[in-house]
Design a protein around this ligand. Structure first.
Ligand SMILES: *Cc1c(COP(=O)(O)O)cnc(C)c1O
Length: 370
């Protein structure tokens, strides 16, 4: 029997992005135990590199054994108890998901919504914070469903001043844009490995400020999720390294390699590379009739939401995406939620933020248009 075999694709959707040969090599290392000194040294390295990338000194900075959505669940489930009030910014599908997660925890959620393709209105968030005096204020830094980059400080600062805990979704921004959790006053943040880190999906890098851990310690009742309870996770991901659950050793080896690449390149150069690639994408797609959904001021560099030209609509946008995949080996993302059928989401994340990715996509689209 042959081993599982997948085709080689160019992954230009909203994640996963392609991984480097070095990351694949790290994944294929011999397995060691989750308490093996060789592995623990790698875990230490990963945690330290994640602190630098998140812009934090938070001791509890760790790769959670779950995807980005599990990181969302972890941040909200630890900080919220049933009946607590939360203000959640909704600029797209992932803000909406935060509302749903918080509601299932039993929180009393106030949603502050904005039109898809626009950033949250900081004044509307401040008003909701002043009115409801929430325990948690949560929002998304890089809204992958719309391609909007949310300015963090104008919301985080008033939230902290009002005594709330700030939860930030950094799934798509980590390793694509510089982060400064400590300077911004973010108490809990989570990400994912399959976007700008260019690692396989399956881990959620996350960080919890001491202030957040004090809040967890003072809870009236235990965190509903045993698996994601940070006070228990701290036993293994802190200095003691006592067993809680079996850490995904191979995935963490891959993440270590992904993080080394980020630091070798440097975050400033990496951000510039993402910006150059997305500028080239927009320039090349314009003659084909695609137009950006988001205004330049708040446009993400790693994920471009593009309004579709008539020739794509006439052809059937879902059909054309399938043809791009089957004939050209290129994956792009369709619209989500209200934007389904009217936009594409084109990711140039991590390893894929290169002019060569843009050229391949544009050449394939030119051929398909005829
Ligand atoms: C991808 C994504 C998530 C969800 O991550 P999964 O790894 O798919 O669970 C959450 N938030 C944002 C902004 C994302 O882009």
């Amino acid at each position: 029997m042959a081993v599982t075999s997948f085709p080689t694709r160019l992954l230009l959707g909203p994640g996963p992005s392609n991984v480097s040969a070095r990351v694949l090599e790290a994944l294929a290392q011999p397995l060691v135990g989750h308490l093996d000194p060789a592995f623990l040294a790698t875990l230490d390295e990963v945690q330290e590199r994640l602190r630098r990338l998140f812009g934090t000194r938070n001791e509890l900075t760790l790769p959670l054994s779950t995807t980005g959505s599990g990181g969302m669940e972890a941040c909200l489930a630890n900080l919220l108890e049933p009946g607590d009030r939360a203000v959640v910014g909704v600029a797209g599908v992932f803000g909406e998901r935060m509302c749903e997660v918080a509601r299932r925890i039993g929180a009393d959620v106030t949603r502050v919504e904005t039109e898809p393709g626009t950033a949250l209105d900081a004044a509307a968030m401040r008003e909701a914070i002043a009115r409801t005096e929430p325990v948690v204020v949560a929002f998304v830094h890089a809204e992958t469903s719309t391609g909007v980059c949310q300015p963090v400080e104008p919301i985080a600062r008033p939230a902290r001043e009002a005594g709330a805990f700030v939860v930030l979704d950094c799934v798509t921004s980590l390793a694509g844009l510089p982060l400064a959790l400590d300077a911004w006053g973010v108490d809990a943040a989570y990400s994912g490995t399959q976007k700008c880190l260019s690692c396989p999906p399956g881990l959620s890098p996350a960080s919890f400020a001491p202030r957040a851990l004090e809040r967890v310690a003072a809870r009236r009742r235990p965190v509903q999720s045993w698996y994601l309870d940070v006070s228990l996770l701290a036993g293994y991901y802190g200095s003691e390294r006592v067993y809680h659950h079996t850490a995904p050793v191979s995935m963490i080896a891959a993440l270590a390699e992904g993080l080394r690449r980020v630091e070798e390149e440097g975050m400033a150069a990496r951000e510039a590379r993402h910006r150059e690639a997305s500028a080239a994408l927009l320039r090349e797609l314009e003659p084909l009739g695609f137009a950006p959904l988001v205004e330049a001021r708040v446009r993400l560099p790693m994920l471009s939401a593009m309004r579709l030209p008539d020739w794509v609509i006439a052809r059937g946008e879902a059909r054309l995406r399938r043809e791009l995949l089957e004939r050209h080996g290129i994956e792009v993302g369709g619209g989500l939620g209200k934007l389904a059928g009217s936009i594409w989401r084109i990711g140039l994340m991590g390893e894929n933020a290169r002019l060569s990715s843009v050229e391949r996509l544009v050449a394939a689209l030119r051929r398909e248009r005829g």
